[in-house]
Write a protein that binds this ligand. Sequence first.
Ligand code: C2E
Ligand code: MG
Ligand code: MG
Ligand code: MG
Length: 286
Amino acid sequence: HAKAAGGSGCTSYRAQMRDGLIERLELENDLRAALENQELRLHYQPTVDLDTSQVVGFEALVRWPHPTRGMINPLDFIPIAEATGLIVPLGLWVLREACRQAVEWSNAAGGRPLKMSVNVSVRQFDQPDFTETVAAVLAETGMPADRLCLEMTESVLMTDTEANLEQLVRLKALGLTLAIDDFGTGYSSLAYLRRFPVDTLKIDRSFVERLGMLAGDTALTDTIVRLGKSLGMSTVAEGIEEFGQLAALREMGCGFAQGYYFSRPVPAADAGRLFLEGAAMMETPA
Ligand code: C2E
Ligand code: MG
Ligand code: MG
Ligand code: MG
């Protein structure tokens, strides 16, 4: 009896494995096709200057409107793209499209500068010609380098190898800015932070979540903002959803913020309108 149950359990496990594999292969093929057929889209989430309440830029976030599965979340297809190497052409498409769009919006606003942030995964960064690729995109889109920010996670930026540092220095030499995404969730050492040419800390949403609650823990967030200041880096808070969190971050002297409180990531047409209207994203407190 037990043996039979074990056997059938095993079969169903193998069936699950097989279904999972087929699902992955299907997604991989679909993703390749979507990329070739230009079916991927970018949504843009504004970055707000906490001093002026103005939209100073956007983070480009890739979206995949799948013909039968509906909108697929990047957290569900970026890992597949990374595992298969598709992330390299996909990331190049994102970079090119985000730069092209930033130049278009800035021109439409009479040249008002717009900062565009693009997420870069380790597989892209590890390409030996990554710096040349970025330089080529800047040249071809006419994007001024200092308006581009590349976001990478701590694990990418903080790998203490000479090759890694050299790649970062070459990238920085293009004149762009580098941000550590989801800061506080990895394992950056303070020594590396000083050594690596990073401009911006993006404070992970998990810290922001604890702000503005009764007995919310503000100490860690406050520490990160101070750390950024003392290292001459700017700080961007991710995932602001409530006014209390905004007020707390402002009080700490955090420079910039993103989050549903201001705007969700929105399609290009809406983001363009947000930038062109130049509306303040919040009331300036009395
Ligand atoms: P991320 O770079 O940390 O981006 C922030 C994520 O938090 C986005 O999710 C955004 O929609 C979400 N978010 C923003 N504000 C709030 C808020 O107030 N509350 C909550 N609950 N969430 C908020 P999204 O767009 O699903 O992207 C998830 C992750 O996928 C990104 O995290 C990034 O790591 C990755 N990703 C997105 N686009 C790209 C891309 O073009 N290339 C690469 N390599 N990764 C990307
Ligand atoms: Mg990001
Ligand atoms: Mg982030
Ligand atoms: Mg995050």
